[in-house]
Design a protein around this ligand. Structure first.
Ligand SMILES: [Fe+2]
Ligand SMILES: [Fe+2]
Length: 211
């Protein structure tokens, strides 16, 4: 839970999230199979790219709204969490020898631009941006967690990855809730703004898992 934020949601989102349970039997330290390796490659690539984008979105928002005494600590704490997320996926890319997305500079510029532009419209639009992005990313991690927990006889690496994905999913959804609690839905043209940003994120996910 973020230190500076108290979330009061009037209409909590209905969520049917995947649950992660620690395995009851000892976890094997066998090597990953070729199939598991092939499964993890695009997963880790897209997650790293997504965290790059998120890092730069918050950076762009802070460039505009950093002087706002009320918002700054909230944005800063979410940004700090994104830094941890990105560092973890940088580490996983190394550990699993994943080819990172070739488009990293694109994700950096696009993330910063989206954060900066929405914050320039206003605080509510910045929060609507966070609401949209974290809806897509939260669901994306939830889908991945479903696939991970369905895998049979997971080894240590798969168990560790499942824990990471479950934790990050929860944190992204917390960012979503914070944005909604800070008037995201009062943004001008909220529905359009949210739909456009969500579609942009989905397209980016599709591309980043491949390129
Ligand atoms: Fe994140
Ligand atoms: Fe986030």
């Amino acid at each position: 839970m973020l230190r500076h934020v108290r979330i009061v949601l009037h209409r909590p989102m209905q969520r049917h999230l995947a649950t992660y349970h620690s395995p009851s039997s000892p976890v094997s330290d066998r090597a990953l199979t070729n199939r598991e390796r092939a499964f993890l490659q695009p997963m880790i690539r897209v997650d790293q790219a997504g965290e790059v984008g998120a890092y730069y979105i918050y950076k762009g928002q802070i460039a505009v709204l950093g002087q706002d005494k009320k918002l700054r600590p909230i944005l800063q704490e979410m940004w700090d969490q994104e830094k941890v997320h990105l560092a973890r996926f940088d580490q996983l890319v190394g550990q699993h020898r994943v080819r990172p997305s070739l488009l990293r500079p694109v994700w950096e510029v696009a993330g910063y631009a989206v954060g900066y532009l929405t914050a320039s419209i206003g605080k509510e639009a910045a929060m609507a941006c966070t609401e949209a992005v974290e809806t897509v990313i939260g669901n994306h991690y939830d889908d991945q967690l479903r696939e991970l927990v369905a895998m049979e006889n997971p080894n240590k690496e798969l168990v560790e990855l499942s824990k990471t994905v479950a934790q990050f999913r929860d944190e992204e959804l917390e960012h979503h809730d914070i944005a909604v609690a800070h008037d995201a839905q009062q943004a001008p043209l909220h529905g359009v703004l949210k739909a456009v940003i969500m579609q942009g994120c989905k397209t980016a996910i599709w591309v980043a898992s491949r390129v």
